[in-house]
Design a protein around this ligand. Structure first.
Ligand code: F6R
Length: 608
């Protein structure tokens, strides 16, 4: 998705902006641009394609300016082209503006502006912002942006500089993230902390309908109604090296291998082994209501949604709470009707997914309590929910989510266990769960140690165009997540199915050229899964089984077996998903795909 980076300080802006753009590459984009102010001159460069193209264009130019804005664009209005890339300018080229989000009333505004003689040079909705700010400018850039905010509908994170206001960047936000980075004699702004973390870990999150003026001397924040805002800085936990490959060929592989540590980070300081009860400080604000709650709705998108689907089974096993799981994009348009004291749990890596945000806002209007399971600290979902639990998993750079899924599963288990211990679980059950959770990081290392074998399995099958992933109960969402991983990074068609549905249709697909990945750990569904595998083998379909160590029966039946250590039923998903991630990764690698930045995808989906 689009990315914003801004700098104002005493150093040359060009290298800082380019570096920041590279840190945002993982979010997905199709064109890029930057504008650097040198006195009363603004150098502006835009290009389609990769940031390296932009770099080539400006590498030999000595641009001394110390104030600038830069952008990666993911086309929504108008094809990816130089004219449509940002910065966008007004007619006199006084205003240079970059924008994330969508201006919904841009047609009306554009027509009005054209009638009064404004000539448009792009097909973007963003250009109207540049013209409006120019028209509203009478010496105060802050004020011009504020007036423009009142005229536009839709979402924006924007940054603007003016030819006659050297050393000032104004940023504003409504519905699209914008974070200010505080340095010494320099300040930054970006749509994602990854762009600034190399220079500062002190940040301030801008709220919706706020704007800020940045100079090398400081920042001032105000509301759309011109009320001054005082806000304390927060410290970001991420380290610059979190955003480096550290010897791995891809971020996806690095993040898969980080997963034992991801679990440790999710449980660190949160387990009371003797009591068999997790401690979750972030939910204390709602604890009294939550422990009485008997109805939870989990809302999320994509991989986070599949984590929620696993969570439903875990909650039902460990608590007395009834759980619904809904795709946020569907939930937001439903006619909602909850029992009293319903909790909505939004699950999101980025904390900025537009559909998930819209879903919780709608649920709040209807009186539900809101909680979040979020990775990005200070993100919109974390701020709009009453309470929540952070994943503490560090940045996830690969577009395909891996380590965050593991983290979400771990946290859902902790939450279910905490509630369960107050409802129906005995001390023995609590202690057993904590012991099994604590063993997961080392068990996961045993799964990762089979990487070479999994690569060999992928080599055997990567040319096959259609795959099936099957599971039951806890294994069903893992089948869906496995299929999603394979299709999104390798572009192989894959379906994730509940194995019990086979006879209702999908079994017709089985033939010797359709591999099935069967999620078949030794849990309560084991025997039934074996029956499904029999059915597939009788139709000569190849089967790759993900099975518990020492399961001799499965070795006789399946063509290839990837083993996982034994654990509790409801923890198997955490181990079973890792071979699926590695299979997808290696297939994509054999097919020479752009693994960290698959086509048409963006890391954070901040528009509907
Ligand atoms: C798939 C993937 C996406 C995200 C989805 C939700 O690998 O990463 O399906 O899970 O876009 O994003 P978040 O979790 O940021 O709300």
């Amino acid at each position: 998705m689009c990315g914003i980076v801004c700098y104002v300080g005493k150093k040359k802006a060009k290298p800082i902006l380019l570096e920041g753009l590279k840190r945002l590459e993982y979010r997905g984009y199709d064109s890029a641009g930057l504008a650097v102010q040198d006195g009363n001159h603004i150098h502006c460069f835009r290009t389609t394609g990769k940031i390296i193209e932009l770099e080539k264009k400006i590498n030999d130019l000595d641009i001394c300016g110390t104030t600038g804005i830069a952008h990666t664009r993911w086309a929504t209005h108008g094809e990816p082209s130089e004219a449509n890339a940002h910065p966008q300018m007004d007619q006199d080229e006084n205003i240079f503006l970059i924008h994330n989000g969508i201006i919904e009333n841009y047609h009306t505004l554009k027509k009005r502006l054209e009638k009064s003689g404004t000539v448009f040079r792009s097909e973007t909705d963003t250009e109207v912002l540049a013209h409006l700010i120019a028209l509203n400018f009478d010496g105060n850039l802050d004020e011009a942006v504020r007036k423009t905010m009142a005229q536009v509908e839709g979402t924006f994170g924007l940054a603007v500089i003016h030819r006659h206001k050297p050393g000032e960047v104004v940023v504003a936000r409504r519905g699209s993230p914008l974070i200010i980075g505080i340095g010494k004699d320099e300040n930054f702004a970006a749509s994602d902390v990854a762009a600034m973390v190399r220079y500062t870990n002190k940040v301030i999150h801008l709220n919706d309908n706020e704007l800020a003026s940045l100079s090398d001397e400081g920042i001032t924040i105000s509301t759309a109604q011109a009320k001054t805002v005082e806000r304390a800085t927060e410290t970001v936990e991420w380290q610059p090296e979190d955003a480096e490959l550290n010897g791995f060929p891809h971020f996806m592989l690095k993040e898969i291998f980080e997963q034992p540590e991801t679990i440790r980070n999710a449980i660190r300081g949160r387990l009371e082994p003797g009591e068999g009860v997790p401690k979750l400080g972030g939910i204390m604000p709602v604890w009294e209501k939550l422990k009485e709650c008997r109805h939870v709705v989990i809302v999320a998108c994509g991989t986070s949604y599949y984590a929620g689907c696993v969570g439903r089974y875990t909650f039902e096993k460990l608590t007395e709470i009834g759980v619904e799981v809904e795709l946020a994009s569907e939930f937001r348009y439903r006619k909602l009707n909850f029992p009293p004291n319903t909790f909505i749990i939004a699950i999101s890596q980025s904390g900025e997914t537009a559909d998930t945000l819209a879903a919780i806002r709608e649920a709040k209007r209807k009186g539900a309590h809101l909680m979040g399971i979020v990775n990005v600290v200070g993100s919109s979902i974390s701020r709009e929910t009453e309470a929540g639990i952070y994943c503490h998993a560090g940045p996830e750079i690969g577009v395909a989510s891996t380590k965050i899924f593991i983290s979400q599963l771990t946290i859902l288990t902790l939450l279910a266990l905490l509630l369960g211990r107050h409802q129906k679980l005995s001390l023995t059950e609590g202690v057993e769960a904590i012991k099994a959770l604590s063993a997961l990081p080392d068990q996961l290392k045993r799964v990762l140690a089979q990487d070479n074998y999994i690569q060999a399995v992928a080599e055997k099958y990567y040319r096959w165009n259609n795959w099936l992933f099957l599971g039951r109960k806890y294994g069903y969402p893992i089948a869906m997540e496995g299929a999603l991983k394979l299709k999104e990074i390798s572009y192989i068609h894959a379906e994730g199915y509940a194995a019990g549905e086979m006879k209702h249709g999908p079994i017709a697909l089985i033939n010797p050229e359709m591999p099935t990945v069967a999620i078949v750990p030794k849990d309560s569904m084991h025997e039934k899964m074996l029956n499904n595998i029999h059915e597939i083998k009788s139709r000569r379909g190849p089967v790759i089984a993900i099975a518990t160590e020492g399961d001799e029966k499965i070795k006789e039946m399946a063509d290839d077996v990837i083993e996982i250590p034994q654990t509790l039923d409801y923890l198997y998903p955490i181990l079973c998903v890792v071979p699926c991630q590695l299979l997808a990764y290696h297939c994509a690698r054999f097919l020479n795909r752009e693994i960290d930045k698959p086509r048409n995808l963006a890391k954070s989906v901040t528009v509907e």
